[in-house]
Design a protein around this ligand. Structure first.
Ligand code: ADP
Length: 432
């Protein structure tokens, strides 16, 4: 490739020679014209290529344009390479950017990027849902105009972001609890991270309720027990009266013992997340034990009926199954007034599922209570439950045991007529 200076000398020499020849042959004016014509050739060539370059530059397809030959080839070639490299770099950066956005979108937490004036630069879909934002609409809006909660505005203004902020009753249905914290980054920018803590808050509230309930349940018999002890200590009672007090103290102690036992049973069930084992349990054996306990509890006050419609094996944990079945039977006896009847039945339905059901002719339960019956300490009739030694934990225990055996607890009840509690086991747990 010739250098620019060589080309220049070559053209000028050519123009000079052409001018000389023209001068000798036709005179001065043709000589000047010949010289100018030769000198104009590279100018025209350059002008044409400049025009092409402009056209391609405007059409944004510099890389695809055909290369001219000669001096301009190198210019075009280098330009094309530069544009191609730049485009490649932009593509890589765009891909990285897209990946970051995808990662932020995949986060289960809300993310909002704020600039130095607390304007929203970017937020993910979760943040949009949490705060009712719309990124396209709200981009570059100040966040304190969009989230109008006073505690949030105070948090933002105070500029002390070491501690998170809990926002309750958020979301479209006001049912979300959100934990939010701002983290500084870049130049006076902030990243808002928002976590949905609704379930944690609920679990915490449940734990607090549970502790309050247990304390309350324990305090009552302890207070009564202490009252009796003071009476026995301070009064000069006759032997018969003392015995009466001791009996009453014993029943309060018994109540505490039942409560602690039920709490331990629940704690054990809750700590065991595995399904119940598949040990073969003989239904006739279980029914015989249940019948004995029922007769002792009823003491002849009820008509009792125990029936095995399909003798078979149930695969599960014998101790747990006995505990669940006897809770249902003892509830039926405890809540059914004297002369009423209680029936317990084991059968296998048309789908091969095993069913243990207990029906009674007791007071029944109105429908609004049914969904809550298996909650811990939920009672329809508080005094009847206490009078009959109930802890309020029986059905919670039954429900846990049912879950461990993949069984369903079905409750049908008509107020004033009676109730039927059924444990339905999957056919995989029914053996021959
Ligand atoms: P409790 O120890 O109070 O019996 P449970 O968890 O076993 O606790 O039962 C919860 C509540 O369900 C009881 O307090 C009672 O009001 C109601 N209940 C349970 N079984 C029956 C039944 N067979 N008939 C009427 N009410 C019942």
């Amino acid at each position: 490739m010739l250098s620019a200076l060589t080309r220049f000398i070559f053209i000028v020499s050519l123009a000079f020679i052409a001018a000389l020849i023209a001068l000798n042959s036709w005179g001065e004016i043709p000589a000047i014209a010949a010289g100018i014509a030769i000198l104009a050739i590279p100018l025209v060539y350059s002008y044409i290529n400049l025009a092409r370059l402009r056209k391609y530059a405007l059409s944004d397809s510099v890389e695809s344009m055909p290369l001219p030959s000669g001096f301009w080839e190198e210019v075009f070639f280098r330009l094309q390479r530069l544009v191609r490299n730049l485009k490649q770099q932009i593509r890589v950066i765009e891909q990285q950017h897209d990946r970051f956005i995808e990662a932020f979108q995949a986060s289960p937490n809300g993310i909002v990027m704020l600039d130095d004036r607390d304007q929203i630069e970017w937020c993910n879909a979760i943040a949009e849902r949490f705060f009712g934002l719309n990124f396209k609409r709200d981009v570059m809006q100040r966040i304190n105009f969009l989230i109008r909660r006073p505690e949030f505005i105070q948090y933002l203004n105070r500029r002390q972001f070491d501690e998170p902020l809990l926002l309750e009753r958020m979301g479209v249905d006001d049912n979300l609890s959100l934990m939010l914290q701002a983290f500084p980054f870049g130049e006076k920018r902030h990243l808002l991270l928002v976590q949905d803590v609704t379930d944690l808050q609920k679990a915490d509230a449940m734990r607090r309720d549970f502790v309050a309930n247990v304390s309350h349940e324990m305090r009552t018999p302890i207070t009564v027990l202490m009252g009796f002890l003071e009476t026995v200590q301070s009064l000069d009672l006759k032997r018969v009266q003392q015995d009466q007090y001791f009996d009453m103290m014993m029943s309060q102690a018994q109540r505490m013992k039942s409560l602690v036992e039920d709490l331990l049973t629940l704690a054990n069930l809750e700590s065991n997340t595995l399904p119940a084992p598949l040990q073969p349990v003989q239904i006739p054996t279980i029914m015989a034990l249940l019948k004995n306990d029922a007769e002792a509890l009823s003491q002849g006050r009820h008509a009792l009926n125990f029936e095995i419609a399909s003798p078979c094996l149930l695969l599960g944990d014998e101790r747990e199954l006995l505990s669940a079945f006897s809770n249902l039977v003892s509830n039926a006896i405890r809540y059914t007034p004297d002369i009423g009847s209680v029936s317990a039945k084991w059968s296998v339905n048309a789908q091969g599922q095993g069913e243990f059901s207990v029906s009674d002719t007791g007071p029944g339960i109105s429908s609004e209570h049914l969904p809550r019956l298996t909650e811990r300490f939920y009672r329809v009739d508080r005094s009847r439950s206490r009078d009959t030694g109930g802890t309020g934990l029986g059905l919670a225990i039954v429900k846990h045991i049912a879950n461990r055996h993949q069984a369903q607890l079905l409750i049908e009840s008509v107020p004033g007529k009676g109730s039927k509690f059924t444990l339905r086991f999957p056919k995989e747990r029914v053996g021959n």
